[in-house]
Write a protein that binds this ligand. Structure first.
Ligand SMILES: Cc1cc2nc3c(=O)[nH]c(=O)nc-3n(C[C@H](O)[C@H](O)[C@H](O)COP(=O)(O)OP(=O)(O)OC[C@H]3O[C@@H](n4cnc5c(N)ncnc54)[C@H](O)[C@@H]3O)c2cc1C
Length: 401
């Protein structure tokens, strides 16, 4: 007998799990989540730094962060599982007038959209957060107390456990191998023809057999473009490697301090247990499914780290504990959320460009709203539609770490 579901979600990372939760929470529980791995979190979610922030440049990202951070602050109570939200803040440090003006402009926009607690801070204020920071060239910055960190794995599991308690099904170890689309003329089959505008979803093909469904949510992270092509749809999402380096236990920095961002290089760091987690996005990185850690990266990042925090030159690093994962990038560094223009019943929730953990509550809610009501009260979701790339109405987020 063919399985059926009202909605099939492809991918059980933090985004697919949030969509499942928000659908179930709105009463739609005949939902099947399909994950090719034997465990959840093997994609980008398990590799994330767990940072959450409202300090963005574009209104839609600020709105999504505002909803999401408020959600994280109530997550344990509302979802019934821990998010490990820590409001340790994000501290942006500017070394040029241009960067300082940029932060001030963003702060005004953030405040106008209800994020009222972003403070302008002086060099002296910054030195108080992390006395070991080299501040001679820092002109000032911004600090937002409610920015901070969550445990991405815990959030993902919380969303999924809650959804499953309400009846959502999860198939692990099952790969979606095709999406069945009925073309305008009424012929059904696993499709590769993007031509017709009257196509509609009828099912998905999996390694466990066919599932009949009118609605498919593409939550396949860095693999989203391939999944979109199953339905004959084009999605401009490409994988880009990001590498993180933890130090061995290091007590040369305070036990608690914000995520610190050195805007002169993009180097940023935070405490992770007894050590420090170092991050820097190498501008020489090229797109591709590369998930191996490059040992040569250690020296590159330590150079930036020691330049900003000279004491970090003494920190020990074991390259075998460092890791790499994939950002899922779009051309304007904004998520794609909403219905595919060319295939009825296909929804995208992809391309978070490094912000999929922090925006998981908002993206799940927006997607559930669009599926169940056709619009979302949270943001004007039309601006996030994939059609913006064809029409040239790009959003362009510049505060990408
Ligand atoms: C090093 C690093 C640091 C990061 N730091 C942050 C941060 O500080 N803050 C933040 O907000 N974000 C951060 N991100 C980004 C964040 O991790 C991602 O945006 C987010 O995890 C995306 O979640 P997802 O559920 O869409 O994708 P994923 O977690 O990748 O899940 C997609 C799932 O789809 C499954 N799948 C794919 N194809 C198929 C198929 N055909 N059939 C069945 N299953 C399939 C995969 O197996 C995978 O489990 C970071 C990412 C990296 C790599």
């Amino acid at each position: 007998m063919t399985e059926t579901a009202e909605v099939v979600i492809i991918g059980s990372g933090i985004v697919g799990s949030s969509v499942a939760y928000h659908l179930a929470q709105q009463g739609c529980t005949n939902v099947l989540v399909i994950e090719r791995e034997a465990h959840q979190g093997k994609g980008s979610t398990g590799k994330s730094m767990g940072g959450v922030r409202a300090q963005f440049a574009t209104p839609v990202n600020i709105q999504m962060s505002r909803y999401s951070i408020d959600f994280f602050s109530r997550f344990d109570e509302v979802v019934g599982h821990p998010a490990d939200y820590r409001a340790h803040g994000y501290l942006f440090c500017a070394t040029t007038e241009r960067h300082l003006e940029y932060l001030k402009t963003n702060r005004k926009r953030q405040s106008a959209l209800g994020v009222k607690n972003v403070e302008l801070v002086s060099r002296e204020d910054i030195a108080k957060f992390v006395p070991q920071l080299r501040v001679d060239d820092i002109l000032g910055g911004t600090f937002c107390q409610t920015d901070g960190f969550v445990d991405p794995h815990s959030v993902m599991m919380g969303f999924m456990l809650n959804a499953r308690e309400r009846g959502v099904r999860l198939w692990l170890d099952t790969q979606v191998t095709g999406i069945e689309v009925e073309r305008g003329a009424g012929t059904a089959g696993v499709s590769s023809d993007p031509g017709s505008t009257t196509s509609r979803i009828t099912g998905v093909m999996t390694t466990r057999g066919r599932v009949s469904t009118p609605i498919v949510v593409n939550a396949a992270g860095a693999w989203a473009a391939e999944v979109a092509r199953f339905a004959g749809s084009e999605l401009p999402v490409e994988p880009l490697r990001r590498q993180l380096v933890p130090t061995e236990p290091f007590d040369g920095l305070p036990q608690r301090f914000p995520m610190v961002i050195d805007m002169s290089t993009g180097f940023h760091f935070r405490r992770e247990g007894k050590g420090i987690l170092l991050a820097w996005n190498d501008p020489e990185e090229t797109p591709g499914f590369k998930t191996d850690f490059d040992p040569g990266f250690v020296e590159k990042i330590l150079t930036r780290a020691a330049d900003r925090v000279p004491l970090l030159a003494e920190a020990e690093v074991n390259p075998r504990r460092a890791w790499a994962g994939l950002y899922e990038m779009t051309p304007d560094h904004h998520a794609v959320i909403g219905p595919a223009p060319d295939v009825a019943g296909l929804y995208f929730v992809n391309g978070f460009s490094g912000h999929g953990v922090m925006h998981s509550p908002a993206s799940g809610r927006i997607t559930a709203d669009l599926i169940l009501q056709g619009h979302s009260g949270l943001v004007d979701a039309t601006q996030l539609n994939v059609a913006r790339f064809a029409s040239g109405q790009l959003l362009e987020e510049t505060a990408v770490l």
